[in-house]
Design a protein around this ligand. Sequence first.
Ligand code: PMP
Length: 365
Amino acid sequence: DYEALAARGVQGLQPYQPGKPVDELARELGLDPARIVKLASNENPLGPSDRVTAAVEKALPEVTRYPDGAAYTLRQTLAERLNVAPEMLTFGNGSNDVLELVARAFAEPGAEIVYSEHAFAVYPIVIQAIGADHVKVPAVNWGHDLDAMAAAITERTRVVFVANPNNPTGTVVEKDAVYRFLQRVPENVIVVLDEAYCEYLQGPQYADGVQWLSEFPNLVVSRTFSKAWGLAGLRMGYGISSPEIADVINRVRQPFNANALAQAAATAVLDDQAYIDRAIEVNRAGLEQLAGGFDRLGLDYIPSAANFIALDTGTDANEVNDALLREGVIVRPVGAYGMPRHLRVSVGLEHENRRCLEALEKVLG
Ligand code: PMP
């Protein structure tokens, strides 16, 4: 009975459910994979930057060697760009890796980790896997209630996760509220501001967390190359924190967790301002297209600041999802996030968004 032998936190743990792979659905439906539309994993629909393609080709002969465990070139490039010291960066195999590293480095079994209802699914998984205790704080209007989260901190709290914007709701906490929250959290509690989607935020009411690092030494900002930068498949994320916190995180990091192709690609794409500008513009237009389509279909949704929208199907979202799959459209049910009526639709290219809206009309109409 290996279930009984599993570590305490791992018993009964539900694994992360990724979107259905295109090839699998194509085979089930007997369709050409090119006919499938996948708007399920908040990916960048543009395909890679040309600079990434070139950088990966150039780095390919080096794959017989271990990558640079310290990610020297990427570290220097990124530190300059963010205007932080290089030793404030910690690299991960995607930012999921960074989130887990922070939890493992700071929370032992029995410690508490605070996060929000409807927040990113990886938080409860890493909390449970390390044997820490969940403190899930009820959301307000689908978003984080930072006052309630600050109030939920006890002597046992080691880490608080704040996703800003949040996945799968697309909600965002504005600058002043984040700042007030940081002021309320005691210095011995690590705040992880998960900014996986921060590149999409536009407007003076939003702020990224980097500017607060000098004022709040307990802050860790996590970022990723998976979304706006278009490198989800290569896996590259990073944390920005005080050098002291980075040093603690690095003690539990696997030595070669950030692979060579990802390091080369990330370094290259940071120089491609035109690519990121286009990604942000395509996303802005796509959000508008999807929201407009949902409005026309009379469907409710949560206004989103990210690259996806949580759509209220008004019914059991799994059934709508199954019907959409039969139309060759892959989106993501978010029942596991406590949202059984919602489907999360990632923003795609114009024709992909259109296919999704047509399929929704057929399925719900
Ligand atoms: N944080 C949030 C809020 C996310 O939605 C995601 C991606 N689903 C991640 C972190 C992790 O992304 P990655 O590991 O690809 O960097």
